[in-house]
Design a protein around this ligand. Structure first.
Ligand code: PGA
Length: 246
């Protein structure tokens, strides 16, 4: 795992964007694995700027998102479909037909999981997978205890994740209880992975990740089993690692 430390969120976001743009400039038909959450918003802002500022085109790019809440329609304000439209897709020249997010209101969530994993295999391998990390070490909605062999599956969200995400909903009761998420094995199929961790709230998780102990209790630790992972952090997220190292 390569670790890149930046002064702040903006610089970390710029670095991630440069890596994504370099991939697209090399191959205009790249497949990007995308994440939701607060962390990648700065990356997406940079990618949007890149369309006009640097002439980057997404006309032939495909995107595959990590997860979606079960029970939220595509146009629900907190669905990940809507998040992606508002934070990226509506502002770049991508064809919406080339963007994939699990269907949280599919008649059968189990069948949707199978269909989604087939999409990953048909379009993939993903050239660059963007990941955030949960304060409990989750990647996508793969919560502690997840088997590393998991493909796309239905998960019950743990209390801490529902609490983390409650800030986007009128009350915690409205945070969905289940989600469809790509699995750890699905994520590790990607050719290259960029893990973004910024802010003090991620300092414990980054410290734990960099202890290199691989365990189901900390799903992000399975990234140590992949040969091309870049961890991009800001000083706040790296703070506890530095303290220990000095
Ligand atoms: P965040 O979420 O970017 O909103 O902190 C990351 C995650 O839970 O994977």
């Amino acid at each position: 795992m390569k670790v890149l430390v930046f002064d702040n969120y903006e610089a970390a976001s710029e670095q991630a964007a440069q890596m994504v743009e370099a991939q697209i400039l090399e191959n205009g038909q790249s497949v990007l694995g995308l994440a939701t959450g607060s962390t990648p918003i700065g990356l997406y802002k940079n990618l949007i700027e890149g369309v006009t500022a640097r002439g980057v085109s997404y006309k032939e790019v495909c995107t595959i998102n990590l997860d979606e809440y079960i029970g939220l329609a595509n146009d629900h304000s907190e669905s990940y479909h809507r998040f992606m439209a508002e934070n990226l897709f509506d502002h770049i020249d991508i064809s919406i037909d080339n963007t994939y997010v699990p269907n949280g209101v599919a008649p059968s969530a189990e069948e949707e999981c199978i269909r989604y994993e087939e999409i990953i295999d048909r379009l993939g391998p993903i050239d660059i997978q963007i990941l955030g990390i949960g304060s409990n070490g989750h990647i996508a909605f793969n919560e502690p205890g997840t088997d590393p062999e998991t493909l796309t599956h239905v998960v019950e969200l743990v209390a801490s994740t529902r609490e983390d995400n409650a800030r986007f909903f009128p009350s915690i009761d409205e945070v969905p209880t289940h989600a469809i998420t790509t699995g750890i094995k699905s994520i590790l199929k990607s050719k290259k992975i960029i893990l973004l961790a910024t802010g003090k709230g991620k300092a414990d998780a980054v410290k734990k990740l960099l202890s290199k102990e691989i365990s189901k209790d900390f799903p992000a630790s399975f990234l140590w089993n992949h040969k091309d992972v870049t961890l991009i952090v800001d000083q706040d997220a790296y703070a506890l690692v530095q303290t220990e190292g000095q």
